[in-house]
Design a protein around this ligand. Structure first.
Ligand SMILES: Cc1ncc(COP(=O)(O)O)c(C=O)c1O
Length: 319
């Protein structure tokens, strides 16, 4: 058993479980990486640490600065944890309508949390047409960054350290499965998880099948290619997701409905004892369908990004 002298050393190196009840013995094996066992409860601890350390090394983040970010939950929680632990002030801008639990966790870690309505924006771009959920909060970060030199905006949606953190996750998967993986599937938010892990896996295994997953409700679906949010500037849109599409690393994009993701999230709990969040259910659903196609003696890997306790008041699959 590991003993460490700093909680940050427990980020990453998460364990893996081979599902024993959901796939049948004639199906491919499905391996899930328990990212909810990271210290603040999600895979975003990895990127919070990597983005902060990189910014410190590059001189963009210095003692006395405030870390800011736009987040619907997990990244805000992870930055609140890592940032506060390292002595920074942390401010998170969240879209209105997220659960109170997430806000309470960020505040427990010491962050300030502001709930943003598009109307709250001062800038001329406040009328972003059909903005995806995070655009107004990113606009808020941009305004704050421009007006205060002692602010560092983590910019998870386009920060290369996000992808870099997950190249390490991919290397862990390779090591845990002795370099034998036939397919990998993961849900896309910023795209950092899928891009980083795919880079690591395809580097070693050029024939591996990579599947990107998104909620069926996504307004700007990737299934038919990347589309810019109408009216949103480069400063607040695109980034890693656009890079992911251009990279050609993803063999297939599929969408999963909220209800189907929740059904599999429940099966993970009842049949496997895994207390995973809803995007984990979506990931396993896609891996499970593929396990039937690939059949025995093949191996599919995926991640359980966060824990079910983030969804107790509202089960929802939007990454
Ligand atoms: C619960 C959950 N699952 C999956 C993802 C997707 O991760 P990424 O932003 O790396 O694409 C996120 C983040 O957006 C998330 O919070």
């Amino acid at each position: 058993m590991r003993v460490v002298d700093d909680i940050l050393k427990l980020i990453g190196n998460t364990p893996m479980v081979r599902l024993k009840n959901i796939p049948k013995s004639t199906d491919a094996s499905v391996y899930v990486k328990l990212e909810y066992l990271n210290p603040s409860g999600s895979l975003k601890d990895r990127i919070a640490l990597e983005m902060i350390r990189t910014a410190e090394e590059e001189g963009k983040l210095k003692p006395g600065y405030t870390i800011i970010e736009a987040s619907t939950g997990n990244t805000g929680i992870a930055l609140s944890f890592v940032g506060s632990h390292l002595g920074y002030k942390v401010v998170i801008y969240m879209p209105e309508g997220m659960t109170q639990d997430r806000i309470n966790i960020m505040k427990s870690y010491g962050a300030e949390v502001y709930l943003i309505k598009p109307e709250d924006l001062k800038s001329s771009e406040k009328s972003v047409a059909g903005a995806e959920i995070e655009i107004p909060t990113r606009m808020m970060c941009l305004e704050r960054e421009r007006s205060d030199p002692k602010v560092w905006w983590a910019r998870q949606f386009k920060n290369p350290a996000n992808t870099k953190a997950h190249i390490k996750t991919g290397k862990e998967i390779l090591q845990q499965l002795d370099g034998e993986v036939d397919a990998f599937a993961a849900s896309i938010g910023t795209g950092g998880t899928l891009l980083g892990i795919s880079k690591a896996l395809k580097d070693e295994l050029p024939n591996i099948k990579i599947i990107g997953i998104e909620p069926a409700s996504a307004k700007y679906s990737l299934v038919s290619g990347f589309k810019k949010v109408p009216g949103a500037s480069e400063e607040v849109s695109g980034g890693i997701v656009a890079e992911l599409i251009d990279s050609g690393l993803v063999d297939e994009f599929v969408s999963v409905t909220n209800d189907d993701a929740i059904d599999m999230t429940n099966r993970l709990l009842f049949e496997e004892g895994l207390f995973a969040g809803v995007s984990g259910g979506a990931n396993v659903l896609v891996a499970y369908k593929l396990s039937k196609k690939l059949g025995k003696n093949k191996r599919i890997a995926t991640v359980l990004p966060d824990s079910r306790d983030r969804y107790l008041t509202e089960m929802r699959y939007t990454t």
